[in-house]
Design a binder for this molecule. Structure first.
Ligand SMILES: CC(C)(COP(=O)(O)OP(=O)(O)OC[C@H]1O[C@@H](n2cnc3c(N)ncnc32)[C@H](O)[C@@H]1OP(=O)(O)O)[C@@H](O)C(=O)NCCC(=O)NCCS
Length: 156
């Protein structure tokens, strides 16, 4: 892993970098990608947190967390590491910190989804303690199904 990766909450100064990361990481034919305006909303008014992984002031990855007043579960809307920086444990680092962030808010766990054709993501999430709870037919823009996972935090 790269040394000196900082994980912190994003702020409005990160808007352009977050949007660039989104476009560089997600194929719009396969994913519903967020617009710059949606990022601005999330950073200012949304019931959400965005965690960023940065190195030398460059944002290499981000995790977007949604909260609902009526639920004790958070939602990991997306987790992304720039293609040039993948497989260097930044995803794991983000994952560890997003759990810490949700626990501080007294959440009991979280939900997340991935594309069913991304088989390896099943291992990625399972190794991190998530369990499959549903298949979501026709979930992505190209019609691909989603796999819905849930992680419940152990009581400390
Ligand atoms: C998912 C993602 C965030 C993982 O981040 P990362 O920094 O590459 O992850 P890590 O380096 O912590 O490694 C995670 C594990 O997945 C494996 N992995 C990562 N990319 C992989 C790939 N393309 N194919 C197969 N395995 C892969 C690694 O080998 C590692 O395995 P290990 O734990 O057995 O050693 C990143 O691949 C990504 O941004 N993907 C595109 C966006 C995406 O699909 N997000 C998830 C749905 S929102």
């Amino acid at each position: 892993m790269k040394n000196d990766i900082e994980i912190r909450l994003a702020n409005l100064n990160d808007l352009d970098c977050l949007w660039t990361l989104e476009k560089d990481t997600f194929d719009p034919f396969k994913y519903h990608i967020l617009s710059r305006r949606q990022f601005r909303y999330l950073l200012t008014k949304g019931n959400a947190d965005i965690l960023v992984a940065s190195h030398d002031r460059t944002i290499l990855g981000a995790a977007i967390l949604f909260y609902r007043k009526t639920s004790s579960l958070g939602r990991l809307y997306s987790i992304a590491v720039h293609p040039n920086s993948q497989k260097q444990s930044i995803g794991h680092l983000l994952f560890y910190n997003l759990e810490k962030t949700m626990k501080k808010k007294d959440l009991k766990g979280f939900l997340c989804e991935f594309r069913q054709d991304q088989n390896w993501l099943s291992n990625f999430y399972t190794k991190l303690g998530c369990k499959m709870i549903a298949i979501l037919p026709n979930y992505y823009p190209d019609g691909m199904s989603g796999v819905k996972m849930q992680k419940l935090f152990e009581k400390e």
